[in-house]
Design a binder for this molecule. Structure first.
Ligand code: DUC
Ligand code: ZN
Ligand code: ZN
Length: 491
């Protein structure tokens, strides 16, 4: 056969265009994208009739925690590379970027990188890379940034909160100087750790321990102050940053005004800041712990609208899941690690922070029908690929250049809306915070490098563990520091 795969009769949507095109795949790549009907005489090993459904580049999720030790409270993350990547594929995410976490007691980042390679190798259903999570920017760690780049790692993440991870301001500046030099993008968890600790102490003094107080302990002010500080540091060093998981309208406005001044400030948001509120933490018993993530879901409509607006107007470069799963009914590693005889409803400060979401990110956002289709592809696929140095291999349908990573959705009249149940999902977590949420879209087929790895109506998960490959990344292709060369003392 001339081609490996033909995808006919779809409505092809990329970050740039929407149109009636047919696609030919050969040797794992997109070979041709041509007007509908052009392949009349072509032959292929397999042909898929998209029946008018959207045909989009596979999802790229650039914020995923798998197989991590306790860092955000007491428990360990539930999914390993096998179950997390399996869940990704079943929801249309063909590439993920997970974290390779350095603990403060550890020095070498290259050792952390090899250890994380070991966890992922031969275990993944989707393609993957890593961000280095730097919690100890020692001289040795900083000296290794150059080698990380050579190993295909072009981004790292730092924290302004959490005892196990938090950097001092001077350490943040050290990281930014070296990251600028090596053309590495720095992701920043922007919350003021001292404010959170102080609020936690205030709440505990008053004997307020229930899960709902997690949201009070993490006020929007703590996020906004740290966001402003992170932007100030980035501007001072002239190093590009991405603020992760922005949760509220005021922080979005702070970011937008920096962007409007031409600074290389990027931002991310997540479905939880569109679909959950602080009230979801306020349930009988310990149930609210199911929605404990950081930053917490905010007040309601006004913040949700602010986040949608920020997606539409470009404040948010990317929409990631922040998949950071902990089992609920698990007293050793899950949410219930904070329950004791003395505190039968737990202590919010020990509840591990994070929720699962790698499988539902694309379907939730598309089902909400709030973004233009090209914008949806941009923030969930093309932009994460561009920002993290995967473009045009990932995130696009560029003939001759992109891997054949494709999602085919249902034509609108071919799918009945359905209520989500945790048993439909492929993660290794005993709940979803979104039980019962009604959806009207889900990927019908997901294709990774030319292989159908998900066919919802015929076999479901068809991908194989170990088919997923590590992808070496280049520097970001979005704007970086405004001046060439290294940072030095201002004149
Ligand atoms: N931040 C993350 O990015 N993920 C989970 C927990 C957290 O606070
Ligand atoms: Zn974070
Ligand atoms: Zn995270």
């Amino acid at each position: 056969a001339e081609y490996d795969l033909l995808i006919l009769n779809g409505l092809v949507v990329t970050d740039r265009e929407t149109g009636e095109y047919d696609i030919a795949v050969k040797n794992e790549r997109i070979e041709q994208v041509v007007p509908r009907g052009s392949f009349k005489n072509a032959t292929a090993k397999r042909t898929i009739d998209a029946e008018g459904g959207y045909v989009m580049p596979g999802g790229v999720d650039a914020h995923v925690h798998l197989q991590e030790p306790p860092l955000f409270g007491k428990g360990s993350t539930a999914d390993n590379y096998e179950t997390g990547s399996r869940s990704a594929i079943a929801g249309g995410t063909t590439t993920m970027v997970t974290f390779a976490p350095q603990r403060k007691s550890e020095d070498s980042l290259l050792d952390i990188l090899s250890a994380t390679h070991e966890k992922a190798k031969d275990n993944c259903y989707n393609d993957y890379s890593f961000h280095l999570l730097v919690s100890n920017p020692s001289p040795r760690a900083l000296s290794e940034f150059k080698t990380l780049r050579e190993e295909g790692i072009s981004s790292l993440k730092i924290y302004m909160t959490y005892e196990a991870l938090q950097l001092q301001d001077g350490q943040i500046l050290d990281v930014l100087v070296e990251a600028r030099k090596q053309k590495i993008t720095t992701m920043i968890h922007a919350e003021n750790g001292q404010v959170i600790d102080w609020m936690t102490a205030q709440l505990e003094k008053r004997k307020f321990f229930a899960p709902k107080y997690h949201a009070i302990a993490h006020p929007a002010m703590a996020e906004n102050e740290a966001t402003y500080r992170a932007i100030s540091f980035s501007e001072f060093i002239d190093a590009p940053i991405l603020i992760v998981h922005v949760s509220n309208k005021a922080a979005a406005a702070t970011i937008k005004s920096a962007q409007d001044r031409g600074l290389p400030i990027y931002a991310e948001t997540c479905p939880q800041y569109l679909f959950l509120t602080r009230k979801d933490l306020d349930k009988v018993g310990f149930e609210g712990a199911k929605c404990v993530c950081t930053p917490p879901p905010r007040e309601g409509k006004e913040d949700h609208e602010g986040i949608w607006e920020g997606l539409a107007n470009g404040t948010f470069t990317v929409l990631s899941s922040d998949h950071c799963p902990f089992r609920f009914d698990d007293a050793v590693n899950g949410k219930k690690t904070c329950i004791s005889d003395e505190f039968p409803l737990g202590k919010f400060k020990y509840i591990p922070n994070g929720i699962p979401g790698i499988e539902t990110r694309l379907a939730f956002t598309l089902s909400a029908d709030r973004l233009k289709l090209n914008k949806f592809v941009e923030v969930t696929s093309a932009n994460p690929a561009k920002l993290y140095g995967l473009w045009p291999r990932k995130g696009g349908l560029v003939a001759g250049q992109s891997d054949a990573d494709i999602n085919i959705w249902y034509p609108p009249d071919k799918m009945e809306p359905f209520a989500l149940k945790n048993e439909m999902l492929h993660h290794d977590v005993d709940y979803t915070p979104f039980e019962g949420k009604v959806l009207n879209q889900w990927p019908r087929y997901t294709i990774l490098r030319g292989e159908v790895v998900w066919d919802r109506d015929n076999g479901g998960l068809l991908g194989k563990k170990g088919y997923g490959q590590f992808i070496k990344r280049d520097a970001s292709c979005l704007a970086g520091s405004r001046q060439d060369g290294e940072w030095d003392i201002p004149e």
